[in-house]
Design a protein around this ligand. Structure first.
Ligand SMILES: *Cc1c(COP(=O)(O)O)cnc(C)c1O
Length: 382
């Protein structure tokens, strides 16, 4: 039996071989392995140079100044630093976010509520988008921060963060966006767009897991209180010895992603659409968020009259997620699909397919055939 087709790129991607090469050169005794904070020898200077080069690579993708990039362990930490850091620096206030954010935002908000802060959770429309009107209606005099994700991890639906950011700027409210899914796939230019804080990570764009960054605007300056103390690295915002190999891997992955963005986005969207073509031979299938602009690789399908967990088991030749990867351990229907007003039964019967750089046409044909076969069999039984 051959291996299952990997269609779970939204959960994580393999590291691109070119990125692996760069990382390996920053690990061993012959490599640039030193502590970038070591100021007393050439080993340290070379490591620092490598880190600063990668900082520029990441900054370039956002059109940011390298001094606006704070390394973190990933997007989860970047989101925590943005939300808790701003609320702490401001001495509290009201926060607006959406009900379809990643748990890294929602759980940080829950914690902030426990600390006595007020949070408003916006509902998406039926197509999974957060409307400008919803943000507008939620703003209060005491609102200090709005956090709305760029693209949703389950549906791939893209929010109009330019419009939301502009509204926030007009009202003197800081705007944070979680761009973990979109970075390297959609353009996000912080000079052109009024966003103040952006969370990104490497492992959704063919970089390593365990590294990410928070973009923190310098002008007008955004104050963020550190959440991890010890040593004062990253201009005091995030202490800890910098993982040189992870950081150079992220820099290389980001540069690669942008160099290939147009061509790869089109290729992946074509494959994704082929997959949908194959699946849509079935009756009773629809795309969750299908009427909204979406990331090129995402395809979240609702299968009527099928249980998602049984479907996952039946189509064992395809590696995908039911609901979001982070909640697939529980049998609650996806909170994102629920918030979009999708009935529980349909949400339970929904599967996220996500196509990526190493997906082939043969993979797509095989996956489509496997899905059609599995759904047909389950429906016959049911
Ligand atoms: C993956 C993801 C995260 C978490 O990022 P980590 O680097 O794994 O901590 C946060 N937000 C979104 C939208 C994601 O897709």
């Amino acid at each position: 039996m051959s291996q299952a087709v990997y269609l779970d790129y939204a959960a994580t991607t393999p590291v691109d071989p070119a990125v692996v090469d760069v990382m390996v050169r920053h690990l061993g005794p012959e490599g640039t392995f030193a502590n970038p904070a070591s100021r007393s020898h050439l080993y340290g200077w070379l490591a620092e140079e490598a880190v600063e080069n990668a900082r520029r690579q990441v900054a370039d993708v956002l059109n940011a100044d390298p001094r606006e990039i704070v390394w973190t362990s990933g997007a989860t930490e970047a989101n925590n630093l943005a939300l808790k850091g701003v609320l702490e620096a401001r001495g509290g206030g009201h926060l607006v976010t959406s009900a379809i954010e990643h748990k890294a935002v929602l759980d940080a908000c829950k914690w902030l509520e426990q600390q006595g802060h007020k949070v408003t959770y916006l509902m998406p429309d039926a197509d999974g988008r957060i409307s400008l009107g919803a943000v507008q209606a939620a703003l209060r005099d005491e609102t200090v921060l709005v956090s709305v994700m760029h693209a949703n991890n389950e549906t791939g639906v893209i929010n109009d963060i330019e419009a939301i950011g502009s509204l926030c700027r007009e009202r003197g409210v800081l705007f944070h966006t979680d761009a973990a899914q979109s970075v390297g796939k959609l353009s996000l230019d912080v000079r052109a767009m009024p966003v103040d804080l952006v969370s990104v990570c490497a492992h959704k764009v063919y970089g390593p897991k365990g590294i990410g960054a928070l973009y923190v605007r310098r002008a007008p300056e955004v104050k963020v209180a550190a959440q991890i103390h010890g040593g004062g690295h990253e201009r005091g915002m995030r202490s800890g010895t910098l993982p040189t190999h992870q950081i150079v891997g992220m820099g290389e992955a980001f540069t690669l992603a942008v160099a290939r963005r147009e061509e790869e986005g089109q290729r992946i969207a074509t494959l994704r659409d082929r997959l949908w073509q194959g699946i849509s031979e079935l009756e009773g299938v629809s795309i969750n968020g299908g009427n909204s602009p979406r990331l090129p690789g995402h395809l979240n399908v609702a299968f009527a009259d099928v249980d998602g967990e049984m479907l996952l088991t039946a189509m064992n030749q395809v590696a995908v997620s039911s609901g979001s990867a982070c909640t697939s351990a529980s049998l609650e229907p996806s909170y994102v699909l629920k918030a979009m007003g999708i009935p529980d039964a349909l949400a339970h019967g929904s599967i996220r397919f996500s196509v990526g750089r190493f997906t082939s046409e043969a993979d797509i044909e095989r996956a489509a055939a496997c899905v059609v076969d599995a759904v047909s069999r389950l429906r016959q039984k049911g």
